[in-house]
Design a protein. Sequence first.
Lengths: 235, 235
Amino acid sequence: MPDDEGWTLPEVAVAVDLAVLTVHDGALQIMLVKRGIPPYEGMLALPGGFLASTEEDLDVAAARELQEETGLHAKDLHLEQLRTYGTPGRDPRRRVITVCYLGFSPNLPEPAAGGDASEAVLMPVDKVLRPRAAVAFDHKKIIADAVERARSKLEYTTLAAAFCGPEFTVTDLREVYEIVWGETLDPRNFHRKIMSVPGFLVPTGERVSRQAGRPAAVFRRGPATILHPAMLRSS
Amino acid sequence: MPDDEGWTLPEVAVAVDLAVLTVHDGALQIMLVKRGIPPYEGMLALPGGFLASTEEDLDVAAARELQEETGLHAKDLHLEQLRTYGTPGRDPRRRVITVCYLGFSPNLPEPAAGGDASEAVLMPVDKVLRPRAAVAFDHKKIIADAVERARSKLEYTTLAAAFCGPEFTVTDLREVYEIVWGETLDPRNFHRKIMSVPGFLVPTGERVSRQAGRPAAVFRRGPATILHPAMLRSS
DNA sequence: GCTCATTCTCGTCAATACGACGAATATTTT
DNA sequence: AAAATATTCGTCGTATTGACGAGAATGAGC
């Protein structure tokens, strides 16, 4: 019983970590930072850190760490809670439980080049998840969970658009799906499916032609958040 | 920077709470306990409590609190992490963040009657979620999240069977869906859909007739965990 | 024992969604 | 001008779903 006499509150440190994904250079990439201090000094880790005070909300701490360590602003991306990791021993210093957030970021113009976050880097997730890759703490497991959650969310939500800029084409969106899922999709069937979801895409009326070929219509995100029926992966 | 000098670890208490759902008396019900101590003394709350020690894993703490407060054993039900709640002020005593678990329990023979957990009660979720209902802390919000997660999980997993006993009929399973979703389903289409998912149901070869009418075939849970394609709600 | 209501199970039919792919359109490239 | 490329529209066959008819196998009432 927690409130019995003779029982003292276990000293547990609370941290937040962020798994911010983005589609860049034709690959699903994740924002990582090089650790400047022990433990795991010099290794790659998720951006994150301990609560700043007893009064700091979890979402606020996540936004603050994101800004401090990567220079990104929470309002520019979609952030949601992923899950909480708290196995004893996951941090060698002391007991730490970390509330992890999953972020979807549009392709960044200059991802953390210069500025506050000199040690932030973007890495392809398949590189980070390779058996040999060295990642601090249990962050490889967290990244794997984040990627699987992201893949799954694309199936039944409109979150794929969170990987695109404010204006994008159907092909941009299809490439997000193809890169995140690691499979190719038929452009014609994809176009039909996406356009049949009311409120997913709002046409701007403009067109762009980025390579050869017929120019594509330009869209913005619509109000829809769920895909019904879902767009399922082949597996 | 967490590791600067002059910075001290904020004192945050870590708790676990459990939202254990079950289908009972034709309604979706949740396991609650009557609080014996302040704050919110005498009010209904989710079973849960603080970590017992710095070394206790979150899952272990959840299983322990479940046993202590309701008499249920974690091995008898499906438990998974729901999400973590940590808004400052959610507990008037001190800063508390709570890692919440969602549980699916089969209909219990004697739900917490006597035994360790004299104060455990089963309550219909629509009663608990009514605007007037008094629930301790932010637990009403947690319960609402738990119910929505459960409803959603029935769509694309085989977890509905976790609400049934070890042996059950297709109608038992359909009633779980109907009660959790709050909508009626066509028995014939449901039967077809369920039976077409490989590995969902394993026939025992037996039959039961519980009321009038043709006796129903009896099944056990199969190895399948996901429903593909999903069984979507009408909304 | 016979009839009837009840419930489980199988089957049918139309509407819808999806995978595969042909073809028209509107550009850039050569 | 011709070829190549990418976007968009349309068609066809198949799988899945929703609505519902009907047979099978029981209990309840007489």
